[in-house]
Design a protein. Structure first.
Length: 300
């Protein structure tokens, strides 16, 4: 049987997934919490950078390029939202988290080394893509992999760590605000990469989503993952067999009965269009009050 834990990286790794349901669950939640922390750290960090005299002086910021430096992260976020969901379906949840972390790490290095506004903006676009890609993949990975008894708790605390990241960034930028060198803004930028490294280090120790494996016609691998998550690897456990059957039956239905809708079909179909509007309106109305503007330009 093919290993289901050695294909997370672009090269093969040993089968390192522990045979402990609790330990795997903790690692899964930790990886997703780190993902959420990265997102929150970035949002708070840019507000802190906008206040720093050394940051404003180094880039000779005016209203236009200050706004560009700040808003460019959303360009990457939009691109990730339009494309990365398909990527996770093609290559898997775990590889998707890996590549999102790699993109973020690359962007962090680029931002830390930025020599001009253009370089900084490019880094911000990549950071927006990487962090948004992680935020898209993390909850889906948790929902599909965590045992039922942990799922609600794991998903519930996912966004809580956004604020943990925000608090960390606020504290770090406050500490560096007393520095006159460019490291006042370069160090907070560099620290953001620590979270991506932590996520990459955890990934070889967690399995792929059983739902994704089943969709790829790998039912035996899916069974092994379900057994690891629910019964410490016991494939004969009744709960494991029931969960596995439910996943396989759902996948068969989605493949053979349900018809996936394209974006154009969703717009044209009244019931699908209503759901699409409801989903997109959540993001719009959560920011239309101006909380993002206040968060990013509080010190101006």
């Amino acid at each position: 049987m093919r290993t289901f834990s050695g294909d997370v990286l672009p090269f093969k790794t040993p089968d390192l997934v522990p045979k402990s349901s609790i330990l795997i669950s903790v690692l899964l939640v930790a990886c997703s919490m780190i993902t959420s922390t990265t997102f929150g750290y970035d949002g708070s960090m840019i507000n802190g950078l906008n206040i720093l005299p050394s940051y404003n002086t180094y880039f000779d910021l005016n209203t236009v390029n200050l706004a560009l430096n700040t808003a460019s992260v959303w360009i990457g976020g939009v691109l990730a939202g339009l494309s990365y969901g398909k990527v996770t379906d093609i290559i898997g949840r775990r590889p998707s988290l890996f590549w999102a972390a790699v993109i973020t790490l690359f962007a962090v290095i680029l931002q830390t080394a930025a020599q001009n506004v253009g370089m900084f903006v490019a880094a911000r676009i990549f950071i927006g893509y990487g962090t948004s890609a992680s935020a898209l993949t993390g909850p889906a990975y948790l929902a599909e992999t965590l045992p039922t008894k942990w799922r609600g708790w794991g998903l519930g605390i996912f966004n809580d760590f956004y604020y943990v990241g925000g608090l960390l960034a606020a504290g770090i930028t406050y500490a560096t605000s007393f520095w006159s060198s460019t490291w006042a803004w370069r160090l907070p930028s560099a620290i953001q990469g620590v979270f991506s490294v932590m996520c990459i280090l955890i990934l070889p120790f967690v399995p792929e989503s059983p739902r994704w494996l089943a969709f790829q016609d790998r039912p035996e691998d899916a069974l092994q993952v379900v057994a690891l998550m629910h019964a410490n690897g016991d494939v004969n456990d009744p709960v494991v067999l029931a969960q596995h059957k439910e996943i396989i039956d759902t996948m068969e239905y989605e493949k053979n009965v349900a018809e996936p809708l394209s974006l154009m079909q969703m717009v044209k179909t009244p019931s699908a269009r209503k759901r699409l509007v409801l989903c997109t309106s959540v993001a719009v109305f959560s920011t239309v009050a101006g909380n993002v503007i206040v968060s990013y330009y509080l010190g101006q």
